[in-house]
Design a protein around this ligand. Structure first.
Ligand SMILES: NC(=O)c1ccc[n+]([C@@H]2O[C@H](COP(=O)([O-])OP(=O)(O)OC[C@H]3O[C@@H](n4cnc5c(N)ncnc54)[C@H](O)[C@@H]3O)[C@@H](O)[C@H]2O)c1
Length: 285
């Protein structure tokens, strides 16, 4: 089984940040790469803030917080992607992910594991163009990744069993609970959860209820967050891309149809918490 000492993460957005915090808190040297310099700067600031908050709340010690921070580096230099395990958390787009992994493969030896955090795309297709598709698998975290314990481990058509074992051992080492999921659109959680979003958006579109009312009622019925608050947390663009991908993956089944309400938000540049406005407004501080 491959020993994982260094972890690289592609994408310093919502998920890349949370995954980096989980890895660094577990003691891994964690190198993060993003194509966007501003995103790198923002990610360093947000990771620092999150680690400080965890220490202030007594969830971790101040020493653990500063040690974790010292293990994380973030940059636009692609050499960041040299590691024993590379986890990609970039745009939910097949071609972009395929190209990134080709780049990762060229930078590393054939021992490196390539893990995709895709929410909905086919792991087999992401791996298909690689020289060594056996080393590629799905490792699907949930948001916020430094808090949520669950990860779905997804075998592609060609993934070798040793890679899956290494990923499960790794997941455990960073405090996660792994579950095997089949390589089908949306895997398990995102497929089932689609209706939480799609049906709520349809209710707003049909003027059956406001989004604030739906959120309040879902919270009152036991959900931690309502669907619109959750879409804001996830990123409305990311959530929409996942719905589109699941819709395509299930041959345009009406029950997965993407919502024009959500599309309008994206067209308006309202992406959720990450840029200060989604269904609700957020302070960017
Ligand atoms: N947001 C969620 O709740 C959530 C949960 C689980 C999985 N995911 C999945 O994780 C992935 C990332 O989602 P996110 O919410 O972090 O997105 P995000 O938009 O917050 O961040 C994506 C980042 O990737 C960067 N990027 C784009 N192309 C790149 C490239 N070629 N190389 C390096 N960086 C690149 C962008 O600059 C951006 O900073 C997606 O596949 C998404 O489906 C998201």
């Amino acid at each position: 089984m491959a020993e994982i000492k260094t972890v690289a993460i592609a994408g310093a957005g919502t998920m890349g940040q949370g995954i980096a915090i989980s890895c660094a808190l577990a003691g891994y040297t964690t190198k993060v790469f993003d194509v966007n310099e501003q995103v790198c700067d923002r990610a360093i600031a947000l990771i620092t803030k999150t680690l400080n908050q965890l220490a202030e709340k007594g969830k971790i010690t101040p020493t653990a917080s500063s040690e974790a921070l010292s293990k994380i580096s973030i940059s636009t230099n692609a050499n960041q992607l040299k590691a024993d395990l590379v986890i990609e958390a970039i745009a939910e787009n097949l071609l972009i992910k395929q190209n990134l992994f080709k780049q990762v493969e060229a930078l590393n030896t054939d021992k490196t594991i390539l893990a995709t955090n895709t929410s909905s795309l086919s792991v087999s297709k992401i791996a298909a163009g690689l020289n060594n598709p056996k080393r590629c698998a799905g490792l699907h975290f949930f948001n916020p990744a430094h808090i949520m314990k669950l990860v779905e481990v997804v075998a592609g058509a060609q993934t070798e069993p040793e890679v899956l074992t290494s990923l499960k051992v790794f997941a455990k080492s960073i405090g996660k609970v792994s579950v095997d999921a089949k390589d089908s659109p949306g895997f398990i959680v995102n497929r089932v959860a689609r209706h939480f979003y799609v049906e709520s958006l349809l209710a707003v579109e049909n003027d059956s209820a406001s989004y604030e009312t739906i959120d309040a009622l879902m919270r009152a019925s036991g959900f931690k967050m309502g669907p619109f608050e959750l879409m804001d947390l996830i990123g409305i663009d990311v959530n929409y891309a996942v719905t589109e991908s699941v819709y395509e993956g299930f041959n345009k089944a009406t029950k997965f149809k993407p919502s024009p309400v959500q599309k309008a938000k994206i067209d308006n540049g309202e992406l959720g918490r990450k840029n200060g406005k989604g269904f609700y407004a957020y302070s960017q501080k």
